[in-house]
Design a binder for this molecule. Structure first.
Ligand code: TRP
Length: 456
């Protein structure tokens, strides 16, 4: 009880909140997951569907999480309990589970980034970029760097995150943009990259028509993942807001940054992959690493660029990992009165263990457990989390949500109702369809790939 009576912290500045939310959103989802999904799901067809989902679902869903957080000023579990009653705390419990699963493989990939960052200093990664990736993706090294990444995340969250996050993103956002724009310009100059642009940018409706069953859930999952929606991150961050912010405007800025960086990543990766003769046909989780390490090996000052790029990439991954861990830690601290550093250490240790199979098990070099965790979390669990929160808000607490959104904006008029009705019917319907398709796809993955692999 007492924790509710004490004055709760809030963001110092408008920039603090926006930067923290951007820091959470921009991460491996943009630079690692996005190009790999594009490659797996038919290139431009996926891009189109993804952009559609960002606008149709991402924006309204972010507003839903923001209003819940600012209204309640609670951690994600407490916030749902306050709005929906006791039963809804189990949805909060689902958020905690999702946090465990996502961070466990996120940290393994973050470990690859650290490894490539180190490799940039020595040039070790450059000889044969595809072979190098398979060498480090699983095995002892992967485990070691997973441990290092997790230790860094735990270290920052244990110290309390305000300064950590704010500082990290102030460095990160400008350097991401400068480095990415530079690389995209470099990519334009490459001979042989043209096909990459065609693949990425010219909408192919035939592919969309024939592959929509896997493109729809993949694009919806990516929209949730990249915007950090569906597990209470944005509820938690908005719970530190004062009342006078224009949440719609802030969402626009956050989504604009996140989407811009993802699109830019594609403009780098696909020309590079095609120029290197690798192509984009299912490049898998190694796409970004293979494409860039190959390029950095060849161009002038490539290793310096490598240091900058992978350094920036590591910061972006860490500022997202922090938000994943913070949802779980703030719950343990708020609801069980645990000591923050102790809670962070224990939870971080548990997440590390869950990531061990990801780092160690390989299917001929391919880190197959990533798919097992990633499809489950992004396409299924985040979507379930998102749907449940939207039902709670749009169907059972619409007046409260409209009232909360109007603070800092003024009269919403018809737009407020449009938002609620958009969420109530089309958004939830599309997500339910997507969820059904995701279950089918996951079943297929399990029966065609994972189970045969496990049973040898
Ligand atoms: N959005 C981050 C990225 O793109 C990852 C992330 C952070 C996340 N917090 C999340 C994903 C919460 C889903 C839910 O890398």
């Amino acid at each position: 009880m007492s924790s509710l009576d004490t004055i709760r912290e809030s963001w110092a500045t408008r920039a603090g909140f926006i930067l923290a939310a951007v820091g959470s959103a921009v991460g491996l989802g943009n630079i690692w997951r996005f190009p790999f999904q594009v490659g797996q799901e038919g290139g431009s067809a996926f891009l189109l569907m993804y952009l559609f989902f960002i606008l149709l679902i991402g924006l309204p869903a972010m507003l839903v999480e923001f209003t819940v957080g600012r209204r309640t000023n609670r951690n994600a579990v407490g916030a749902l309990r306050k709005i929906g009653g006791r039963a809804w705390q189990y949805v909060g419990g689902l958020f905690i589970l999702i946090g465990f699963i996502i961070l466990s493989y996120y940290s393994v990939i973050g470990g690859w980034v650290l490894r490539y960052f180190g490799g940039s200093f020595t040039g070790g990664y450059t000889a044969d970029s595809e072979a190098y990736f398979f060498e480090i993706a699983t095995g002892f090294d992967a485990l070691l760097f997973h441990a290092i990444f997790m230790a860094l995340t735990v270290g920052i969250v244990a110290l309390g995150i305000k300064q950590g996050i704010e500082l990290a993103v102030k460095l990160m956002v400008p350097s991401v943009i400068v480095i990415m724009v530079g690389l995209a310009i470099y990519a334009v100059t490459l001979p042989g990259g043209t096909e990459g642009y065609t693949y990425y940018l010219s909408p192919d409706f035939d592919v969309l028509a024939s592959e929509w069953r896997s493109i729809v859930p993949a694009a919806a999952g990516q929209a949730f993942f990249t915007l950090s929606l569906g597990m209470g991150v944005m509820i938690t961050y908005a719970s530190y807001l004062s009342k006078d912010r224009n949440l719609a405007e802030d969402s626009g800025v956050i989504i604009g940054f996140d989407t811009g960086i993802a699109i830019l990543t594609g403009l780098i990766v696909f020309p590079l992959l095609f120029a290197a003769g690798i192509g984009a046909a299912d490049p898998g989780p190694g796409a970004i690493f293979v494409a860039l390490a190959g390029a950095f090996a060849e161009i002038q000052y490539g290793l310096v660029l490598g240091v900058l790029f992978f350094g920036m990439f590591a910061v972006a991954a860490l500022s997202s990992a922090i938000s994943l861990l913070e949802v779980v830690v703030s719950y343990a601290v708020d609801e069980y009165g645990m000591n923050r550093p102790v809670a962070t250490g224990i939870i971080g240790g548990g997440i590390f263990l869950l990531g061990v199979p990801v780092a160690l098990i390989s299917d001929g070099g391919n880190p197959i457990v990533i798919d097992l965790y990633d499809i489950l979390a992004a396409e299924i669990l985040l979507v379930i989390g998102g749907i449940l929160v939207m039902v709670l808000v749009a169907w059972f607490n619409a007046d409260l949500a409209r009232d909360e959104l109007s603070k800092g904006i003024g009269r919403l008029g018809a737009l407020g109702s449009l938002w609620i009705w958009l969420v109530r019917v089309p958004v939830i319907a599309v997500l339910l369809i997507s969820l059904g398709l995701a279950f089918l796809g996951y079943y297929e993955f399990l029966s065609d790939e994972f189970i045969p692999f496990v049973s040898g």
